[in-house]
Write a protein that binds this ligand. Structure first.
Ligand code: ATP
Ligand code: MG
Length: 419
């Protein structure tokens, strides 16, 4: 028997409706903030992602890369920012800044599978290209915050905020980190020893316990910021305060990809442990230029849909279900046709294929139907059905012709939409 590939999973209907709810909320709220949805292919030339930095884990260890039958080196997208920037360049959109894009879809990473961590997972994301001002950072963060709020988490989700400064600040900080960690080189994890040579900043993102311990004493980025970077960070905080977005300054926060600068942020829930980061992002001013485009700044975020749907308490609202229940073969034939008419008018209708009345009523209850439409042999002649409210038990005889209007009325009186 086949099993799904390790790290992949099926969404059964209940999960799927939560999944869609997250995406739908994100879509709606992004739209309110002026972001338009775009979609890029799920694979790209591998070079697109190498621009993100060879020393980031996502690129060096987690990509699904392959050669296609034509010999092209391709990679299943591990994230959405690089493909969106590639699309901006290949479609010549850089003349129309600011660009505000929302996207959603599957991502692929050869990650270590566990709860909240998969090899095929889904992200929603927003990118804002063009403005280099703090308002842009605050706007994308406020969008994320509005989304998080709308999903109603049972545990608190905290916004962690940091700055990764500009190039100059990073060079200074890098030096300080190298000086500090060189003293403890032997105590670092193997991976971080390599990072120390290639990209010492990445040590800050290490999940290794030994590294974590050394990190508590490590120099802090904040002490190496240039005045410019400091001023920008303060402006972002000021705008967030203005919008009423509360945050927690976290000087240890870094981002998984090499191209981030200035603002870095994560929305973290206590609930999923190490997988508690539900949404993360930051500013990536050098990326477009690095990809061969103009030197345009950008800021954005990506949220993990699986993690968001797992932690939210917002429940998908399903349309009210009406169960049609025939007694006898002739009645079944009539309801078969009636079901189709009702469905075409926008009602959500269930009609089983077999079973006696009590079995069918049980099933209607299991499906949480709110209304049952019963048709017995003796009612065929008078062309009437019995409509039963399954919650109150109240029932009425209704003529075939008047059924649609009657159902509309009772659903509206329950303040529930029928379509
Ligand atoms: P982590 O530190 O947990 O590996 P990351 O820095 O690799 O996260 P990002 O690249 O910032 O994650 O992706 C944004 C969001 O996408 C994450 O906050 C998370 O919610 C989600 N995400 C990332 N990787 C996975 C995965 N393998 N499975 C499920 N969701 C993921
Ligand atoms: Mg990761």
């Amino acid at each position: 028997m086949f099993q799904p590939v390790r790290g992949t999973h099926d969404f059964l209907p209940e999960e799927m409706s939560k999944h869609l709810l997250v995406i739908e909320k994100a879509r709606q709220i992004s739209c309110c903030y002026g972001f338009e949805e775009i979609q890029t292919p799920i694979f790209e030339f591998s070079g697109v992602f190498h621009r993100l930095g060879e020393t980031s884990d996502i690129i060096s260890k987690e990509t699904y890369s392959f050669e296609d039958r034509g010999g092209e080196a391709l990679t299943l997208r591990p994230e959405g920012t690089a493909p969106v920037m590639r699309a901006v360049l290949s479609n010549g959109l850089t003349q129309n800044i600011p660009l505000k894009f929302f996207y959603q879809g599957p991502m692929f990473r050869y990650d270590r599978p566990q709860k909240g961590r998969y090899r095929q997972f889904h992200q929603i994301g927003a990118e804002l290209v063009g403005p280099a001002v703090a308002e842009a950072d605050a706007e994308v963060i406020a969008l994320a915050q509005a989304l998080i709020e709308s999903l109603k988490f049972s545990d608190e989700v905290m916004l962690h905020l940091n700055t990764l400064g500009d190039k100059e600040s990073r060079a200074l900080y890098r030096e300080a980190l190298v000086t500090y960690f060189s003293k403890y080189q032997q105590d670092l994890s193997k991976e971080s020893q390599t990072r120390l040579e290639q990209n010492p900043l990445r040590i800050l993102d290490s999940k290794d316990a030994k590294d974590q311990k050394l990190l508590t004493e490590a120099p802090l980025f904040g002490d190496f910021l240039t005045t410019e970077a400091q001023v920008f960070f303060e402006a972002v905080q000021e705008k967030l305060n203005l919008l009423g977005v509360s945050f927690h300054l976290n000087p240890r926060l870094v981002r998984g990809l090499d191209y981030y600068c200035h603002t870095a942020f994560e929305f973290v829930s206590e609930a999923l442990g190490a997988q508690g980061t539900v949404l993360a992002g930051g500013r990536y001013d050098g990326l477009l230029k690095n990809m061969g485009g103009p030197d345009l700044p950008g800021v954005g975020w990506a949220g993990g849909v699986e993690r968001l749907q797992e932690l939210m308490s917002l429940e998908p609202q399903k349309q009210v279900l009406i169960s049609l229940i025939p007694m006898g073969a002739e009645a079944a034939g009539v309801l078969f046709k009636l079901a189709n008419d009702l469905r075409k008018s926008g009602f959500r209708v269930d009609l089983g294929y077999s079973g006696n009345m009590s079995k069918r009523l049980k099933k209607a209850n299991r499906l949480q139907a709110k209304v049952a439409v019963l048709l017995g042999e003796d009612e065929l002649e008078s062309r009437q059905v019995t409509v039963r409210d399954l919650e109150t038990g109240v029932q009425n005889h209704v003529a075939f012709e008047g059924l649609k209007d009657y159902l509309k009325e009772i659903l509206q009186s329950r303040k529930e939409s029928f379509s």
